[in-house]
Write a protein that binds this ligand. Sequence first.
Ligand code: ADP
Length: 362
Amino acid sequence: MPVSTRAVNGGWRESADPAATPLPPGIASVLSVLSSSAVVLDAEDRVLQASDAARSFGLVEGEQLMASELLALARQVRRDGEIREGEFEVTPGGGVGGRVTNFAVRVAPLGGDVGCEGLVLVLAEDQSESRRVDEVRRDFVANVSHELKTPVGALALLAETVEDAADDPDAVRRFAGRMRQEAARLTNLVQDIITLSRIQAAEPVPDPTAVAVDAVIAEALDRCRMKANARGIVLADVGDRDLGVLGDEDLLITAIRNLLENAVAYSPERTRVVVTTRRDGHRAEISVEDQGIGIPERDLQRIFERFYRVDPARSRATGGTGLGLAIVKHVTAAHGGTVTVRSVEGSGSTFTISLPLREAPQ
Ligand code: ADP
């Protein structure tokens, strides 16, 4: 039967039962500063105190510990006085449809004072987020190895082929050209991996300086002009001038250049790519709009993930690394900004970066 509870010490609730066993002195204040789920059980397995985290995870309801695995552990600890720890997948409430959460759990007997016998402390730390981060890291390493193997394997094969074709100068020239292509692919990939690692290690930008948006766009456009010209794609630049932001100019150029390169790569020949700059309150909005193949609705959420491609064959054919948009996302986040996309399959995409404006000094 649930008893009423009251909040003490912020997120720490104790049983309001006047007959409840008191906690050993000092313990309540120590526990109240812990961010993990903490529960104190009395000798009858009733919850004497529980943190808000323990209740919001559903580990505690009223004066009951809802995870049977943890209750069994607490009983063992009460019996032999040994501290126990381990990792548990707990479905709070033991319930059907409940969310499984991974907890690192530590259970210890509490105090030996008269009147405090049988008290057991259960500390449970939610591991889901750190597991997810670990998984993302492991996936990234696996993906990087896989992505590196492709051009390296191709280079090894091409080198062998060149050796075999030593007497045929035309074939040698052809294969040498392919080797150059693969080497360029490898260089781009390594460069993108370095950029991504650099920026992830330094969010937010460590030494921001005043950056002129016009200069960033002009430089990014210059770097894409050759590729655009080769495909008869016109690059245009319109909108508000003289906007300033705070940040790292090279990284911002890299981000806009990645959007422009994609716009060119995923558009048919003789189309237009337009960069528009707009002042929107205290923010600068830079959008890159193309008349290209567009992105299916179901992929829109995923294209900013590392190595996610809508069409891997097409990305490979255009020399894409699969990291361009992940870099854009991290660069904007490191500048306190956001990146969004609108797209209609078959008619084009618009990527918009929004950054806080650097207001002119008074
Ligand atoms: P990639 O190197 O493959 O271009 P990105 O991270 O830059 O990698 O982009 C991820 C995927 O998003 C691309 O493979 C492509 O499928 C899609 N994409 C990105 N920009 C555009 C665009 N402007 N038009 C259509 N598809 C795009």
